[in-house]
Design a protein around this ligand. Structure first.
Ligand SMILES: C[S@@+](CC[C@H](N)C(=O)[O-])C[C@H]1O[C@@H](n2cnc3c(N)ncnc32)[C@H](O)[C@@H]1O
Length: 310
């Protein structure tokens, strides 16, 4: 599908490209679409200019550039192609094994927001036995151990675990290779705190996992779960990274769980929800990340603070 660029407009910090269609073929702009090689978002408006008799005289569309620094690559008067390469979906395990090579290198606004919104965690785990379920590259497991917790960290991605094990302080942790959709290889009531950070969007049956988190937590123990906000999936966003070799978008398999699924899962697992918070992208986060700016005001993070049955 080809377009002629009519105009490029800057409005309230966003860059809009007004184009007319050169072909009649139907098309769709999805997340991951590129106009002349530049990433564009699904359009917000789809105006058509109208001829003198009221007829539609040409197809005119507005695209939104995802980052304005790409704007100079487009200019009025040129013809460009709209292309879309669907991200390749990998199994969750293979996805994270491959992502592990670069996982810690990119600034991730979701991680930044999560750490900002749970500042009390490190103090709360001092001297406590903690199970960090789906620990990844050990981001929070290592921080909790450094804060004085006795941490057992579980994950099924050997790649992510290898990164975690190579970090300073890793010798103080117990790492366990485990698929957390199976019963956890941990004793009942063995932990004061059970954490599960940014994992649930890969889990088909959150109730089964929550039951296991509750089983291994001591009576009245803290079960703290964070997850990418389900509202993001409504915008087609899910865990994704670019293959450093060729820039291809890759997605570890995700599950479109909704907030209701998590709330119901807690109830079914006998966990009490003591606090549930939704955090949106704000100015502070946008200033740190142009990637986050696109989602200004949109919920990005869900936090569930729960306690196991006493
Ligand atoms: C987005 S990363 C988060 C890692 C870490 N909790 C953090 O917040 O930095 C998701 C992690 O969940 C792990 N994971 C997903 N599904 C899993 C499963 N069924 N069993 C074990 N780990 C799983 C992945 O391997 C990956 O390391």
């Amino acid at each position: 599908m080809h377009f002629h660029i009519e105009q490029i407009l800057e409005l309230r910090g966003r860059t809009y490209v007004v184009v007319t269609a050169l072909d009649d073929a139907p098309f769709a702009v999805q997340l991951g679409s590129r106009l002349g090689g530049v990433p564009v978002e699904p359009w917000l408006e789809q105006p058509r200019s109208v001829g003198p008799g009221g007829e539609l005289d040409r197809h005119c569309f507005v695209f939104v550039l995802t980052t304005s620094q790409d704007a100079p690559r487009l200019s009025p008067g040129i013809d460009v192609a709209l292309q879309y390469h669907a991200p390749q979906e990998l199994s969750t395990q293979e996805g994270y094994d491959r992502w592990s090579e670069i996982y810690d290198e990119e600034f991730n606004p979701l991680i930044a927001l999560e750490e900002r919104e749970t500042p009390w965690l490190l103090e709360a785990v001092q001297g406590k036995r903690v199970a960090d379920v789906g620990c990844g590259t050990g981001r929070r497991s290592l921080a909790m151990a450094a804060a004085g917790a006795q941490v057992t960290a579980l994950d099924f991605s050997q790649g992510m675990l290898a990164r975690a094990r190579a970090k300073p302080g890793a010798a103080d942790l117990r790492f366990v290779v485990a698929d957390i959709t199976e019963p956890l290889p941990l004793a009942e009531a063995a932990f004061d705190v059970v954490t599960c950070f940014l994992v649930l969007d890969h889990i088909d049956d959150p109730a089964a996992l929550f039951s296991e988190l509750g089983r291994v937590a001591r009576p009245d123990g803290l079960v703290l779960v964070t997850v990418m906000h389900p509202a993001l999936m409504l915008r087609g966003i899910q865990a994704q990274f670019s293959d450093p070799e060729n820039g291809e978008k890759l997605r570890p398999r995700s599950v479109p769980n909704q907030i209701a699924d998590y709330v119901m899962a807690a109830g079914q697992a006998g966990l009490q929800i003591d606090a549930m918070r939704e955090h949106a992208v704000d100015e502070e986060l946008s200033a740190r990340s142009p990637r986050a700016r696109r989602y200004m005001g949109w919920p990005l993070l869900l936090v569930l603070q729960m306690s196991s049955a006493s």
